[in-house]
Design a protein around this ligand. Structure first.
Ligand SMILES: [Zn+2]
Ligand SMILES: [Zn+2]
Length: 264
């Protein structure tokens, strides 16, 4: 089983060491994981540091080995419509196994917090984030998967903690997924929404549609920020992905690998 999205203390919002996270992965029965710390940028406040330093990353991971566990090294880039140059700079810092492109800020505001949601209905707030995601996937190239497409579902400030349904945002969701397919970029099936808004990020309907549109690459990740969440719901997530696509993807040196898993 795989978990291709997790954060250690290398991330501004992580607390646990890589050793503890990797041991938790081993205990959870995972065979391959990827660390994906934040390279995020606050568009309105350049002094608000949300990205890691390469030296800290190297110290935390480069000598890490756990028997029976394959450990990959990547990062989660915080896309903005106009930070393509920053992305290219971060990608060129070293060789990575896997790069997630995610959206955490819309119109300059962190969507996790109330200010973004003020003055908008939940529908407007979510639609606006899809529109911005569309702009980002148009403007950016070279990441491996789009992270947690329906991230707003689990955000603390979302007054309706409920699944963001494909049918309610079909047009813009299709546009986003078509661009991903055209660019050979995959999607992430993020399990962190299950106990926060009752759905994967994004839900199964998005995956089915992604497949219909020609999408072939899907990874599964817990987005754990603590060791006790490593691998959470990843077995269930991998099974769903395999039922739809026939395999589950991991990445090694930025190349997708396609695995067919045995489920009991
Ligand atoms: Zn994220
Ligand atoms: Zn994350």
């Amino acid at each position: 089983m795989f978990d291709f999205h997790m954060h250690t203390r290398v991330s501004f919002d992580g607390r646990d060491t890589a050793v503890n996270m990797a041991k938790a992965a081993q205990n959870a029965g995972l065979c391959e994981i990827c660390f994906t710390d934040h390279m995020d940028y606050d568009p309105l406040d350049p002094n608000h540091k949300l990205h890691f330093e390469l030296a800290d990353y190297i110290n935390e991971y480069d000598d890490l080995e756990v028997p029976g566990l394959t450990i990959r090294r990547g990062f989660e880039f915080g896309m903005l419509p106009d930070n393509r140059d920053q992305f290219l700079q971060d990608v060129s810092l070293r060789s990575w196994d896997f790069v997630i492109g995610s959206l955490h800020f819309v119109d300059g505001l962190d969507v996790y917090y109330p200010r973004y949601w003020e003055g908008k209905t939940p529908y407007q707030a979510i639609l606006r984030s899809f529109e911005d995601t569309l702009q980002c996937v148009k403007n950016h190239d070279g990441f491996d998967v789009l992270g947690h497409l329906t991230y707003l579902g689990k955000c603390d400030a979302n007054p309706e903690k409920k699944p963001i349904l494909y049918r309610d945002y079909r047009e813009v969701a299709d546009e986003i997924m078509k661009i991903l397919v055209d660019k050979g970029i995959g999607m992430e099936f993020n399990t962190s929404g299950l106990d926060r808004c009752g759905d994967y990020l994004p839900g199964v309907e998005y995956l089915r549609r992604f497949k219909e549109l020609g999408g072939e690459i899907v990874t599964v990740g817990s987005d754990a920020h603590h060791a006790d969440r490593v691998g959470q719901y990843c077995a269930e997530g991998c099974k769903i992905v395999q039922d739809i696509f026939g395999y589950v993807c991991t990445f090694d040196h930025r190349k997708p690998r396609f695995h067919t898993l045995k489920f009991l």
